[in-house]
Ligand binder design. Structure first.
Ligand code: ADP
Ligand code: MG
Length: 729
């Protein structure tokens, strides 16, 4: 019988790139065509309704009931015109994925006919029976109701003939059960706090909003080979596999010519993204073979997060059409680079200023340095929380693995900015002078060299790097819902903005000039946050030692890292800024731990199954062949020749026995460890047990399986090998 691996290889070898049909020669012809964006809205709504929605988007005001009816009927008309048959509230439950429950527009009339219905009520609120979504005990199961409520700031869209309405998801008692609610709250908290600070410099500013430009890394693998690997099918990663003789050593994949099958996939991905208004712009090969990246132009953070969730969905859908599968796991293949998501984050004003842009005038520079010092100080105070915001079992395998930033949060500013801050730190006396518009500025704030903006010598090893006009948070996992690190970062910066404003006001009220007061606080922040700044190689062991000396946390595992989510300091931070309350934080902590436990549990089961039911029988089968061969040699050869010829075979037979018996024993021990862990009732302790006493078996077992892969006849090996998975045919 031909093994499933060979059937898969044959299929994979026959594939041709799929033909891609562009809806039009110019992307601008169809960009956003499947979204109910502001220009479509303008076309379909009365002026009054349009203005009400626009105001809701800009200020967060509620849309009145009589307007929502109008909006609903406009959305319905638009969606039916685009061929939609169903609608759904689209939300981000705490599973990390997105959720949707489709309802048909159609509803029967008493006359036996049917009408397409969609009212304002259905637009703004639904009550899905949501008892199966994780709630961390917030909703007891008898009270299964959760509400979804329309988020007008993110445009509705049509995908697969279904109108999707972005919504938040909250419990009957008002606690948030999703990622979007705290994100929206953090956006408005940051707006309030940052606007106050920015108005110290620019009085015309009335709104500040965070911006996000994500970069999404992923792997592609042929569908047939994927299906021949049960571990990929169940977990999106491999648990075994010896390194391919060649993988990423030559760095010949990075930025290389894109494989025609991958290119066709990307083209279709871009078409579908553009129809949904996702402004994807960049595509390239990443470091590992079959690893790629896709990045859009940045957007307001809430829309950018929705777009990232949508893109992850499109990646999977489009891949299937090309007989490919996409791997979003942070570490699908041991031994080569894993995938992350770089979050490029900044803040913009309604007057068009990027607050992290150094600026050409002294005034702008002063504001820029103030913003920078606020962010750096905030992160110094909450580095553990920022680390916790990206904690997951997949990301644990990447952070600190010498390919991705370590689990230690530090900030890279680049030489010019770092020197500037050092200079400010040492300045004895600020000199306030009168600047443009009568605003005071500090005369001796050093000018930031222009060269900065095209500074290409950026430190790629830093988890949080200043890259010219934004920060790049690189420790985010590739599969993560990126709302979480974003609402955490927004909240940290909000808190620091508030403190900054109150410290400056305090000094002013004591009679200090505004510019001097600002300078004083900035100088203090620079001093107080020095420890978090690191310009060197973050992958080095020296940094790990140095960071420990500086008192920075280095939480290598998810259960350890997550503790920062429930500390008094964190609870206080989130409650004070009205982003999450203690109950919600505890619920999230539990959900995260439970997810961690289940993921390790699933991996343990999968690994045991593959080892015992796939690998051992194969190894024994091959060993029997060797034994037969040795017997045969004895029959046909004279004693002297036999001794020589059989020596290698005999040692191989012995070696196989050694590996198989270790595998057998270790799998049994792992099952025992799991049983012990399963009896533990508290999540934190159970997670710790899974981490400390179950997880370590994975590597031990794997080592022996991978050795067997090198010994056993290639034709017998059941699982597609790395060299087959990693290179598209
Ligand atoms: P790389 O890290 O690959 O060198 P780039 O410098 O090309 O990346 O930019 C990465 C991302 O940064 C892009 O998605 C871009 O839209 C985003 N970006 C640029 N300016 C901002 C900003 N002000 N706020 C948020 N993201 C931004
Ligand atoms: Mg990047």
């Amino acid at each position: 019988m031909t093994s499933i691996r060979f059937i898969a290889l044959e299929k994979a070898m026959d594939r041709q790139p799929k033909e891609v049909h562009y809806p039009s020669a110019k992307a601008s012809d169809y960009f956003g065509s499947m979204t109910f964006n502001q220009s479509t809205m303008k076309e379909y709504l009365t002026e009054e309704a349009f203005n009400a929605v626009k105001q809701a988007i800009e200020t967060g005001y509620r849309v009145e009931r009589k307007v929502t009816d109008q909006v609903a009927s406009a959305i319905k008309a638009w969606a039916l015109g685009k061929g939609a048959t169903h609608y759904t509230h689209w939300f981000h439950p705490l599973t990390g994925a997105t959720a949707e429950k489709h309802d048909a527009f159609i509803s029967p009339t008493p006359q036996g006919q049917a009408l397409e219905n969609f009212s304002g009520k259905e637009l703004i609120q639904q009550e899905p029976d949501a008892s199966s979504f994780p709630s961390g005990g917030i909703r007891s199961t008898f009270e299964a109701r959760g509400y979804t409520a329309w988020d007008p700031t993110s445009p509705a869209f049509i995908i697969d003939k279904t109108l999707c309405i972005p919504t938040i998801f909250i419990s009957y008692t008002g606690e948030s059960l999703d990622y979007k609610t705290p994100l929206l709250k953090s956006v408005s908290a940051l707006d309030a706090a940052a606007t106050e600070v920015v108005r110290l410099f620019n009085e015309d500013v009335t709104k500040v909003y965070p911006t996000l430009g994500w970069e999404q890394e992923y792997f592609l693998v042929d569908e047939a080979l994927y299906n021949a690997r049960p571990d990929m099918v169940l977990m999106g990663k491999t648990v075994f596999g010896h390194a391919s003789a060649k993988d990423q050593q030559l760095s010949d994949h990075y930025f290389g010519a894109i494989h025609p099958r991958a290119l066709a996939f990307m083209q279709e991905l871009e078409i579908e993204s553009h129809k949904l208004g996702i402004p994807v712009k960049t595509r390239h090969n990443e470091v590992a073979p079959s690893q790629f990246e896709c990045a859009p132009v940045f957007e307001e953070v809430n829309v950018a997060v929705d777009h990232n969730q949508l893109l992850m969905h499109l990646l999977e859908n489009v891949a299937r059409k090309h007989n490919l599968r996409v791997l979003l796991h942070e570490k699908p293949y041991t031994g080569i680079n894993g995938s992350g998501k770089h979050n490029n984050w900044s803040m913009a004003t309604n007057t068009g200023i990027n607050l992290l842009s150094p600026g050409k005038t002294s005034e702008d520079n002063f504001r820029f340095i103030s913003m920078l010092s606020i962010i750096v100080k905030g992160i110094r105070d909450y580095e553990g929380l920022l680390r916790a915001s990206v904690a997951s079992e997949g990301n644990d395998l990447r952070l600190g693995a010498h390919e991705a930033p370590p689990a230690i949060i530090s900030i890279f500013l680049g030489k010019e900015i770092a020197d500037t801050l050092d200079e400010i730190e040492k300045m004895p006396e600020p000199k306030a002078i009168s600047g443009r518009n009568g605003n005071n500025v500090i005369a001796n704030i050093p000018k930031i060299p222009e060269i900065l903006l095209d500074n290409t010598d950026r430190n790629r090893t830093s988890p949080f790097a200043f890259t010219g006009n934004k920060f790049e948070f690189r420790a985010v996992g590739s599969s993560a819902n990126t709302a979480k690190p974003m609402f955490v970062l927004n909240t940290i910066v909000t808190e620091q903005m508030k403190q900054f404003k109150s410290e400056v006001d305090g000094l002013i009220s004591k009679g200090m000039k505004k510019a001097d007061a600002i300078f004083n606080v900035v100088q203090n922040y620079i001093k107080a946050s020095k420890d978090i700044r690191f310009e060197g190689n973050s992958y080095s062991d020296e940094w790990v030692a140095e960071a420990a000396k500086r008192g920075l946390s280095n939480n290598r595992s998810t259960p350890e890292a997550l503790l920062a989510f429930i500390s008094d300091k964190t609870v206080n931070l989130f409650e004070k800024n009205e982003v999450l309350n203690k109950t919600e934080l505890l619920a999230r902590y539990e959900i995260k731990l439970e997810k961690y436990i289940k993921k390790i549990q699933i991996e343990g089961r999968m690994l045991g199954d593959l080892a015992i039911n796939h690998i051992l029988p194969t190894a024994i089968h091959y060993q029997n062949r060797l034994i037969e061969n040795v017997r045969g040699l004895k029959e046909v050869l004279d004693a002297e020749s036999y001794k020589k010829a059989a020596a290698n075979q005999l040692s191989a037979i012995k070696e196989i026995s050694e590996h198989t018996s270790v595998i057998q024993n270790e799998v049994e021990a792992m099952i025992e460890a799991r049983k012990v862990a399963n009896k533990i009732e508290s999540y934190p302790e159970q997670a710790k047990a899974y981490h400390d006493s179950v997880l370590p078996y994975f590597e031990k077992i794997r080592r022996h399986v991978d050795k067997l892969e090198l010994m056993v006849d290639d034709e017998l090996w059941p699982l597609p090998k790395f060299r087959e998975l990693l290179f598209l045919k």
